[in-house]
Write a protein that binds this ligand. Structure first.
Ligand SMILES: [Mg+2]
Length: 257
């Protein structure tokens, strides 16, 4: 009788430990940071390179330890990032599963090619989003020129998908440009020196939901969402737990002192 109970307990324990862990994670300011954002005195290693191959972002020891912890638990880490597919390739980490890049506008399979189903859903959009992004880019450029703002704008096309309008600049410049972005048909991401105007398919939550279809996630499996930006919150809410860096945009929004 005692043996039977014990076996039952072990059996339950085995079932629990067989659960997989899936981690949908933003990259910049979540798993890697630029040098200026690293905690003072912390050790670090290269997290990503620029186009010329020079180190540009870093894993702090805390970020690297978090990644190691997930690796030891055999977690499947799925990047959900604003980086383009090219910039994802410059991250100093070998991701093994699906990924969503360009704010979710592009979903890549584990082989690094665009997911056919995703591409079809984007190409089937009735609107010409490339033209809409081009017009928005022109409008933003004109505003920058007329007001002599410290900002630059361009349309990002990633894997032949019109992904988003990327505006980089000073806080004051982005503050001035934000109302124009809000008044447009496009979605808005703003954090730090980045502002992005997004077509409806550039949506991290939609990309996460799309990827989930291919992962055979069991009811008992654990799904984590990690991110630092307000625009990461919808996809984090598609997971069981959220991991949010302290002093990130989300954290600052939550502080109620
Ligand atoms: Mg981020």
């Amino acid at each position: 009788m005692i043996l039977t109970v014990l076996q039952g307990t072990l059996s339950k324990g085995r079932i629990m430990s067989d659960s997989k862990i899936y981690v949908f994670s933003d990259l910049d300011d979540t798993l890697i940071s630029t040098k200026g954002k690293l905690p003072e005195g912390v050790s670090y290693e290269t997290g990503a390179y620029d186009r010329d191959g020079a180190p540009l972002s870093f894993f702090s020891n805390h970020q690297k330890t978090l990644v190691s912890l997930l690796e030891r638990a055999n977690a499947i880490i799925i990047p959900i990032t604003g980086r383009t597919s090219g910039a994802l390739g410059r991250v100093n980490y070998s991701f093994q599963s699906y990924s969503a890049v360009s704010h979710g506008a592009v979903v890549l399979t584990p082989d690094g090619v665009v997911c056919d189903h995703w591409q079809k859903s984007v190409y089937d959009q009735p609107e010409d989003w490339f033209m809409i992004l081009e017009k928005m880019n022109e409008q933003v450029q004109k505003y920058i020129d007329v007001n002599n703002l410290d900002a630059r704008t361009r349309v990002i096309v990633d894997q032949n998908i019109a992904a988003y309008v990327s505006v980089k600049g000073s806080s004051a410049a982005l503050e001035a440009l934000e109302p124009m972005a809000r008044d447009s048909l496009l979605g808005l991401h703003r954090n730090g020196r980045n502002l992005a105007c997004l077509p409806p398919y550039a949506c991290k939550k939609q990309a996460v939901e799309h990827i989930k279809q291919f992962l055979s996630i069991d009811t008992d499996d654990l799904v984590l969402g990690m991110g630092d930006s307000i625009t990461d919150l919808p996809f984090i809410r598609s997971c069981h737990f959220g991991v949010i860096p302290v002093d990130s945009q989300i954290d600052r929004e939550l502080v109620c002192e």
